[in-house]
Design a protein around this ligand. Structure first.
Ligand code: ADP
Ligand code: MG
Length: 196
């Protein structure tokens, strides 16, 4: 495919939305054709996922990760793959590493990996890494209420899962996300420039 596929991953509050938005602005300012997107998506499946995270309906962890993977398959077919074929730079705020890193706290890692094994590998996966203590402080000062996954012990496991997975998948880079927004953005640009 002609385009480039850039993914941001990391624990909640690491700055995925902040950095993916800044990167979109930066690339657009250079005149590039960019699609910024996110998971869970705004599709019906994404809506089911968000409602489950807010505990508006109850389901099990395996069903939730199947929904995330179904949402991803739909997202790829409807948006990501067509945009890449058009030669766009696609930036996704989360992708399949999130299913594996979050899901493997309770579920079998190999099952989660196999569920996601057919999905295209991004050109670059930027893992924003920081201690959960800091990410939780950021979330507390910016959002109302906590969702299902946002507790410190759990986030520490998920953080370590991302670090472990970064060695098992291609094109993963880790950035210290405890730095300022501007400093993290500079490091993101350095990485992305290499693949453009
Ligand atoms: P995520 O999408 O990873 O959950 P957000 O990008 O929404 O995280 O950021 C959560 C909060 O933390 C926001 O209020 C954001 O402005 C703030 N934030 C993001 N990155 C940094 C940073 N490097 N330093 C300080 N605050 C940050
Ligand atoms: Mg976000």
């Amino acid at each position: 495919m002609k385009g480039k596929f850039i993914v941001f991953e990391g624990i909640d509050g690491a700055g995925l939305t902040t950095q993916s938005t800044l990167l979109e602005k930066y690339l657009k300012s250079k005149g590039l054709n960019v699609l910024l997107t996110k998971e869970p998506t705004n599709s019906l499946i994404g809506g089911l996922i968000r409602a489950a995270l807010k505990k508006e309906w109850k389901t099990s962890n395996d069903v939730l990760q199947l929904l995330f993977s179904a949402d991803r398959a739909h997202h790829l077919n409807q948006e990501i793959i067509p945009a890449l074929r058009d030669g766009k730079i696609v930036i996704s705020d989360r992708y399949f590493l999130s299913t594996i890193a979050y899901g493997m706290v309770e579920l079998e890692k190999e099952w989660l990996k196999s569920l996601n094994s057919k999905f295209p590998q991004p050109d670059i996966v930027i893992i924003l890494d920081l201690p959960p203590k800091i990410s939780i402080e950021r979330i507390k000062s910016s959002r109302f209420g906590f969702e299902l996954f946002e507790e410190e012990k759990r986030l520490e496991k998920i953080r370590n899962n991302f670090l472990e997975l970064s060695k098992e998948y291609k094109n993963c880079f880790i950035i210290d996300a405890s730095k300022s927004i501007e400093e993290v953005h500079r490091q993101v640009i350095n990485l992305v420039e290499k693949i453009l």
